[in-house]
Design a protein around this ligand. Structure first.
Ligand code: NDP
Length: 433
C-alpha cells in the first residue's frame, strides 16, 4: 500500500485476488516462494506521457496518457485503452492487474496490459477526437507492436478511435501491422463478432451458470447498466436467448422499459447519434427515465452490470436480493464493491466476476490477432462458435478450480485460482526475470 499510495482501485483489485488465493497457497505453498506474489503485483513497465493537442477553437489542450505493461508471461501485453476524465494511474493499474488473470482464463497466448487517458470524448467533434488520438499514438507507438503490446478499446474508445489510432500508427511506422491493435474495422483487419463479443460472452457465461442449477435465461427479467458497447450486445444476446432486458443507463440516469428494450432504437441513439438515454425515452412510449437512485432498484431475476467499476455497492446488492435477483454476471470490470460481492456470496446466488464473465471481448481480440497473423478472415458463424466454446471453457475452468479448492460454486475463487495458477506456473518456468 505504501508503494502504491492513493491507488485505491488497484488495492481493491489486488486484495480481492490475494484474499481468495489463500486455499491455493495452502495447498501449493511453492506459489508463495521466490517473491512470486510480490512480482505478480508489480507491473513490468509503466509509461505516463503528455498528450498535447489543438481543439476546434485553436486552444492547446494537454491530457495525460498511460500504458501499463503488467505481465508478459503468457504472451504480448494485451488490454484496452480507456478515455474517460476519471482515468488515473490507480484505475489503469487495477484494470491491467485484472487483465492478467482474465487473459490467462481465455487460455490464449496473451499477457496483461491496459492504458488510456483522462481525455473526455463526450461533446468533442470528430476532428478533435482525431487530433487527440494522433497525439496519443505519436507517443504510444514507441511502446507497442504485434509481438510486444496490443491495445484495444474500452470505455470511450470504440471503432472511431481505433481507426484514428491505427491510421497514425501506420503513418509513423510505414508498416501495415494490422495485429498491433484490435477492434479494427472489418475493411482493415477487424474480426467479425469483436464488436458483440464482450456483451455476448457475458450473457453466455450467465447462461452456463444458470445451467448448473438446471435453469436458463428463457423468460427472465434482466437489468443491464450502461448503454455502451458491452451493454448493447449483452441486451442483444439476452434477447436472443429468450430473456427480457428492461433497463439500461448512462451517467445521466437510467431507463426502465417494462415492454423490453427496443434494441434498434437504442443502437440508433447510442451508436449512430451518440445521444443520451433521454433521447430513447422521448421516442419510446411507455419507457421512463429515472435520474434518482440506481438501476439496481428495479426488481429483476438477473443483473448485468456493464458500465464501470464500483457501480454496484452493498446497498444496491441488498436491494437486488430483496427484488429476487438470483444471478449477477459482470460485463464491466470490477463493477461490484467488496460489500456487494460479500452480500451475493452470503445469499448463495450465482455471481461471476468480470475477469471471467467479460473475457469474451479480449478472447475475440486474440482471435482477431490470429486472423491478422494468418492473413485470413473468418465468417461470423466461425468466430461466434469459437467465442461460445471459449466462454464455456472459462466457465468450466472456474467451476473445476472452485471444486478443487473446496468451495464449489464460488466463481471468485474459481476465476482467480484458475487464472493465477496458469500465469504463476509460466513465471516460475521463466525464472526470476
Ligand atoms: P463504452 O464507452 O462503450 O460505454 C460505457 C457506458 O458506461 C456508457 O453508457 C457510459 O455512460 C457508462 N459509464 C461509464 N463510466 C461511467 C460512470 N463513471 N458513471 C456512470 N456511467 C458510466 O464502454 P464499454 O461498454 O466498452 O465498457 C463498459 C465496461 O465494460 C467497462 O468497465 C469496461 O472496462 C468493460 N469491458 C469492456 C470491454 C470491451 O470489449 N469494450 C471488454 C471487457 C470489459 P456515459 O456515456 O454517460 O459516460
Amino acid at each position: 500500500v505504501a508503494r502504491n499510495r492513493g491507488e485505491t482501485e488497484f488495492h481493491q483489485a489486488v486484495r480481492e485476488v490475494l484474499d481468495s488465493l489463500a486455499p491455493v497457497i495452502a495447498k501449493h505453498p511453492h506459489y508463495a516462494e521466490g517473491a512470486l506474489l510480490e512480482r505478480i503485483v508489480e507491473p513490468e513497465r509503466q509509461v505516463i506521457f503528455r498528450i498535447p493537442w489543438v481543439d476546434d477553437a485553436g486552444n492547446v489542450q494537454v491530457n495525460r496518457g498511460f500504458r501499463i505493461e503488467f505481465n508478459s508471461a503468457l504472451g504480448p501485453y494485451k488490454g484496452g485503452l480507456r478515455f474517460h476524465p476519471s482515468v488515473n494511474a490507480g484505475i489503469i493499474k487495477f484494470l491491467g492487474f485484472e487483465q492478467i488473470f482474465k487473459n490467462a482464463l481465455t487460455n490464449q497466448a496473451i499477457g496483461g496490459g491496459k492504458g488510456g487517458s483522462d481525455f473526455d470524448p463526450h461533446g468533442r467533434s470528430d476532428a478533435e477526437v482525431m487530433r487527440f488520438c494522433q497525439s496519443f499514438m505519436t507517443e504510444l507507438s514507441r511502446h507497442i507492436g504485434p509481438s510486444t503490446d496490443v491495445p484495444a478499446g474500452d470505455i470511450g474508445v470504440g471503432g472511431r478511435e481505433i481507426g484514428f489510432l491505427f491510421g497514425q500508427y501506420k503513418r509513423l511506422r510505414n508498416s501495415y501491422d494490422a495485429g498491433v491493435l484490435t477492434g479494427k474495422g472489418l475493411a482493415w483487419g477487424g474480426s467479425l463478432v469483436r464488436t458483440e463479443a464482450t456483451g455476448y460472452g457475458t450473457v453466455l457465461f450467465a447462461q452456463s451458470m444458470l445451467a448448473t442449477r438446471g435453469q436458463s435465461l428463457e423468460g427472465k427479467r434482466v437489468a443491464v447498466s450502461g448503454s455502451g458497447n458491452v451493454a448493447i450486445y449483452a441486451i442483444e444476446k439476452a434477447q436472443q436467448l429468450g430473456a427480457t432486458p428492461i433497463t439500461f443507463s448512462d451517467s445521466s440516469g437510467y431507463v426502465v422499459d417494462e415492454a423490453g428494450v427496443d434494441l434498434d432504437l437504442l443502437k440508433q441513439v447510442k451508436e449512430v447519434e451518440r445521444g443520451r438515454v433521454a433521447d430513447y425515452v422521448s421516442r419510446r412510449p411507455g419507457a421512463r427515465l429515472v435520474t434518482e437512485g440506481r438501476v439496481w432498484d428495479v426488481p429483476v431475476d438477473v443483473a448485468l452490470p456493464c458500465a464501470t467499476q464500483n457501480e454496484l455497492d452493498g446497498s444496491s446488492a441488498a436491494t437486488l436480493l430483496r427484488g429476487g435477483c438470483a444471478v449477477v454476471a459482470e460485463g464491466a470490470n470490477m463493477p461490484s464493491t467488496p460489500e456487494a460481492i460479500e452480500a451475493f456470496q452470503a445469499a448463495g446466488i450465482l455471481y461471476a466476476p468480470g475477469k471471467a464473465a467479460n473475457a469474451g471481448g479480449v478472447a475475440t481480440s486474440a482471435l482477431e490477432m490470429e486472423q491478422n497473423a494468418g492473413r485470413t478472415r473468418w465468417s461470423f458463424e466461425t468466430a461466434e462458435a469459437k467465442l461460445t466454446a471459449i466462454m464455456a471453457d472459462i466457465h468450466d475452468s472456474c467451476v473445476a478450480a472452485a471444486e478443487e479448492y473446496g468451495r464449489p460454486g464460488d466463481y471468485v475463487l474459481g476465476a482467480n485460482a484458475a487464472g493465477f495458477t496458469r500465469v504463476a506456473d509460466v513465471m516460475i518456468a521463466h525464472g526470476v526475470v
